[in-house]
Design a binder for this molecule. Structure first.
Ligand code: UDP
Ligand code: MG
Length: 318
């Protein structure tokens, strides 16, 4: 006999979180109990931590039947740690939450209630962020706004990966094979009915942010590159601007040549440079256009997703 699936799975990526985990597990368990009774599981993914995170997870899992620990072979990064947790979570609904207690687990009940209204995704939107550096706030805000402009799908702003998803969305997410994962964008891309719940983002319970500048930049680059081919299209813009400039230079060079005001040889040199410069940009633009399409194809995303089909019932025969 197989066990029935839990009503909710909590997925938390953990990188050097040994100090936060005991309190985190306690608060999450209390929030789950309030929301669904005993039908929950907590999936803790150790993302190659360098401190005692894994032994804390092991001892928690021994004491607590609700806890499932996953140990990744090395530090794969936040997005892949979440992916591993989503792949293994069995719940009818899945909540993704940071292990550092910046996202309040107590929001689970409100999110569950919202989902009962018929939503596929309920994400936590940050109303405020306590004790994060000005630099982090400014860069995060800039990034969200830039992404909203270039992205081909509407990715909600000021929303991280703290969200409750239905089994249908999690299954679809799990079926997306792309390597560079920007989960909040992928969930937005999947569509369905999405709702938000506002919350105040707390300060870290313990330790330092694990998102170094390099990791933040990589996430930002993934966000832009996974949801937009805008950077590839820069060559097109440059080629068009170059062509306009080329016409002006051409005119100038020819007028100079016929009025005899230029040094000998200048006209032909100018024309050669203009011709090849614009030609190269044009070729790059063409390559960019094909590359962008190849990239999108290689991602192997489904072409579309159907939520529902309605049809009138067939006429009874006879
Ligand atoms: N994290 C992870 N792998 C990493 C970096 C972070 O699993 O390489 C986890 C971390 O333990 C936390 C969550 O991802 O649960 C968010 O990280 P952090 O709090 O450092 O980011 P911030 O909240 O400052 O954006
Ligand atoms: Mg944090």
């Amino acid at each position: 006999m197989t066990e029935p699936a839990p009503k909710v799975s909590i997925v938390a990526p953990c990188f050097n979180e040994e100090q936060s985990l005991p309190l985190f597990a306690e608060r999450v368990a209390a929030a789950c109990k309030a929301a669904v009774g005993e039908a929950y599981e907590i999936v803790l993914v150790n993302d190659g931590s360098r401190d005692g995170t894994w032994s804390v997870i092991q001892s928690l899992a021994q004491r607590w039947p609700h806890i499932v620990g996953i140990n990744l072979s090395r530090n794969h990064g936040h997005q892949l740690a979440v992916t591993a947790g989503l792949n293994l979570a069995r719940g009818m609904r899945v909540l993704v939450i940071d292990a550092d207690l910046q996202d309040p687990p107590e929001l689970l009940s409100a999110m569950m209630a919202r989902m009962d209204e018929g939503y596929d995704v309920v994400y936590g939107k940050r109303r405020s962020r306590a004790e994060e550096s000005r630099f982090k706030l400014a860069t995060a805000s800039l990034f969200y706004r830039l992404l909203a402009r270039v992205s081909e799908v509407e990715i909600p702003t000021d929303v991280g990966d703290f969200r409750l998803m239905s089994r249908r969305i999690v299954d679809r997410l799990n079926a997306m094979p792309e390597h560079d994962r920007f989960i909040r964008g992928m969930v937005a891309w999947l569509g369905g009915r999405q709702a938000e719940v506002l919350y105040d983002r707390d300060a870290r319970h313990a330790g330092e942010t694990q998102y170094t500048l390099a990791k933040m930049l990589r996430l930002a680059a993934n966000g832009v590159a996974s949801f937009s081919t805008a950077p590839l299209k820069i060559a097109i813009v440059l080629a068009l601007v170059g062509m306009a400039l080329a016409c002006a230079i051409l005119l100038y060079a020819l007028v100079g040549f016929f009025t005899g005001k230029t040094a000998p040889g200048w006209t032909s040199l100018a024309l050669i440079m203009v011709f090849f410069g614009v030609g190269q940009l044009g070729c790059l633009a063409i390559i960019g256009a094909y590359l962008g399409r190849t990239y999108m194809q290689v991602k192997g995303r489904p072409l579309y997703l159907i939520d529902e089909i309605v049809a009138s019932p067939a006429e009874p025969e006879g």
